[in-house]
Design a protein around this ligand. Sequence first.
Ligand code: ADP
Ligand code: MG
Length: 728
Amino acid sequence: MTTIRFHALKESFNRKPLKVKENERRSAIFGSNVFNETTMRQTLTKDAYKGVKDAIEKGTKINRNIADQISSAMKDWALSKGVTHYTHWFQPLTGATAEKHDAFFETIGNGLAIEKFDGGQLVQQEPDASSFPSGGIRNTFEARGYTAWDPTSPAFIYNTTLCIPTVFVAYTGEALDYKTPLLRALQAVDKSAVGVAKYFDKNVKKVNASLGWEQEYFLIDSALALSRPDITLTGRTLLGHSAAKGQQLDDHYFGTIPNRAMSFMRDLETQCMLLGIPVKTRHNEVAPNQFELAPIYEEANLAVDHNSLLMDIMEKIAERHNFKVLFHEKPFAGINGSGKHNNWSLSTDTGINLLSPGKTPMSNLQFLTFFVNTIKAVYDYEELLRAAIASASNDHRLGANEAPPAIISVFIGEQLTKVLHELKGVTKGKLSPEEKTDLKLNVVGKIPEILLDNTDRNRTSPFAFTGNKFEFRAVGSTANCANPMTVLNSVVAKQLIEFKQEVDVLIKKKDLKKDEAIFNVLREYIKKSSNILFEGNGYGEEWQIEAKKRGLSNNKTTPEALKAKISKKTIALFEELDVMSKVEIEARYEIEVEEYIMHIQIEGRTLGDIARNHVVPTAVKYQNTLIKNVTGLKEIYGKDFKKYAKEQLGLIEDISKRIETINSGVTKMTNERKKANIIEDIEKRAAIYCNKVKPLFDKIRYQCDKLELLIDDEIWPLTKYRELLFTK
Ligand code: ADP
Ligand code: MG
């Protein structure tokens, strides 16, 4: 065994789980490092408290005087907890979170110093942001960007720093982050959903989108992970033969959580509690060393922040436990990848989940209204939703073999399918009293009972209704949820605006009653969008053929999928809703295409390095051993040696052939990259990376993996799948 592999394994075997102190009730520590409602009540003046509340609930601006009061209270609270620094915490388009720490400490002359943090510092900062991707926004306009406080997401303390969630925008107003368009989309869906919810309850004043994400991840011993250049540089294994055992015994899913992983989880959960992230569920996932963590759902903007924060702290806490967390969607070939289901619903300030049926026929009609409108929105913008989850790493889950297809469809279950079928038959125009009664009693009235035993769950659907929420399952585990949430809430917002217009027209011009008008519009929506509904096996070959017949898109790769982000239809949507301008949309598109290119480029280089510098030399070394052996046999047996060296001779030849294929593959890949790199047009460059460079990965890998099986384990330089996946 090579020394690096040997030491890595030895280190990982010697590791004992870290003891985690946990003697306080979680409910007692929950949110204690958050400048939350309770803390605000305790520390703010009445005016300041009202200022923040209004900003959160009504979107009103906070004036400088109030901001000064809030910042002063925040500073005192933070100092009392040993905090020394503050930072504006934001989510630039790199996908990671960004922070630049400043100390509260300031000198005031004469050798004296104080702690200072005023309203100005709370509300706005100007980070040196020139290295963040901007898609040309700051080149064509002004060079600077600033961060601005988002009072709807509370400040928190992490590692002696007060973190203030902010948006990040150019001085000309264009968003340079994930949060800004999300906040705008949430505003749009709030406004349009309130309009529709008022048909059912005049008292509704605000509708919040809720998000409950489920984060999947792998935990790999850090010494083993570090011994693999591919994991270190790309977050996934670019080669590696499957272990003799994979996930076929299903013995990991929901199994006992291994000790070391458990100790990591407990440490993590304590940190989450302090930060007010309401984590609730933890369990083993399907693949070995794969796990999942899910919180109680929250308002979408907060939930997005909490997921970004969680991913950050997971990495830090994993370090303490000598683990590396892999968020990559497909870190290992041949076993399950990781996703991040986005559970989504809409709820009113009167406490009603609009995607949950109620106790009366009218509240069930409300449920049906939001249910059908969501389906219609997904149908109309399926291609954009696909684009919202596109990334080089998620391509391994969508559209590749061993993964769900890149087709967006909606699963609603057999019972609700029947309900929609009946609604399709509703009479056009006015309904007879008998029909109304029938609908009330037999269709709408039955919904709550139906949902109670709606147990059929289709795990292959990318977008499924699960009782009181839709579950967007195609989101990748590395994704910032803001991206899919911005799209989903925008398309639903647009749909609800249209719905209200159509219903109002029927009420005014055709003299229909409100519920008649609603039934009429829903009927047409169901007819129009039925092509998106699919209950069968989403992974099956037949679905790809069927989906094509239905006219659904099947954009298998990221470069292909991303195009929907700059279509006329998309630009019209985002501009109409004031979610993004054309400049912002195009900038994001450019950033994502470039990110794709860089991603594949880095993977290509890394694979080339490993193949040429690790695998081929090892193969040559082993081949030399074989040659020496054969020469020795020849010395002993003379002419007859072939009788004894048949296997060895075969191996020598086999290794030569494989080395040849690897080398020519790497050369070809390098040449394709060179060709691509001189192309100005990023779409064309991305297409070459996708269609010419990337397919060579598999060819090179295949030969490397075969060599792994042939070559002496003693000298194989790379930590193997069985070691990475089954070291607990
Ligand atoms: P699963 O079987 O897919 O794991 P769960 O019922 O455990 O589903 O819920 C998964 C996630 O959905 C959790 O984060 C949970 O908080 C969230 N969730 C539950 N109800 C809602 C809702 N109404 N809106 C949004 N998210 C929800
Ligand atoms: Mg789920």
